[in-house]
Design a protein around this ligand. Structure first.
Ligand SMILES: Nc1ncnc2c1ncn2[C@@H]1O[C@H](COP(=O)(O)OP(=O)(O)OP(=O)(O)O)[C@@H](O)[C@H]1O
Ligand SMILES: [Mg+2]
Length: 135
């Protein structure tokens, strides 16, 4: 379950300050499917980056399964993202120097306690599962 309370995001560009999110309250329950719609510049990506733990809010509370994500430091949030979040980007964001297999196995590389053998054994299965999307 995702619970956002009074989430605000302000971007600072030099002297300029821009409030992209001005107090978002949102609850997403397990098995909910949610489409976020709005005009260009309305803050959809900003909000998705916060929900996906790619960015932190300027203020407000973000609970995921009651865990206060807004209180995590950089390392903790990276670990949390690695363990808990799946993200399909519109532009894929694959690393061009890596093979498809290595791209798929990358999160396992960062995950603690997974040895190379296990990673190599698991990654091909994930590639097979991805095939309908890739082609
Ligand atoms: N890194 C940044 N620095 C400064 N301003 C930003 C930054 N990222 C986004 N903005 C501004 O915040 C506002 C919200 O941007 P955001 O990308 O979240 O909108 P969006 O709804 O995803 O738009 P689109 O539909 O075009 O993808 C916009 O006015 C944008 O210019
Ligand atoms: Mg966007």
């Amino acid at each position: 379950m995702i619970e956002l309370t009074n989430i605000r995001k302000t971007y600072f560009t030099g002297e300029l300050e821009y409030q992209a999110l001005k107090g978002i309250d949102l609850t997403i329950n397990p098995n909910d499917y949610l489409a976020l719609m709005g005009s260009s510049g309305s803050g959809k990506s900003t909000l998705m980056n916060i929900i996906g733990a790619l960015d932190i809010p300027t203020s407000g509370e973000y609970l995921l399964r009651k865990k206060p994500i807004h209180e995590l430091n950089d390392n903790q949030i990276s670990e949390f993202r690695n363990q808990e979040i799946g993200f399909v980007f519109q532009t894929f964001n694959l690393l061009s120097k890596l093979s498809a297999l290595e791209n798929v196995g990358l999160p396992l590389l960062y995950a603690d306690g997974i040895e190379k053998e296990e990673r190599d054994a698991k990654s091909p299965n994930w590639v097979n599962e991805l095939r309908p999307i890739v082609f």
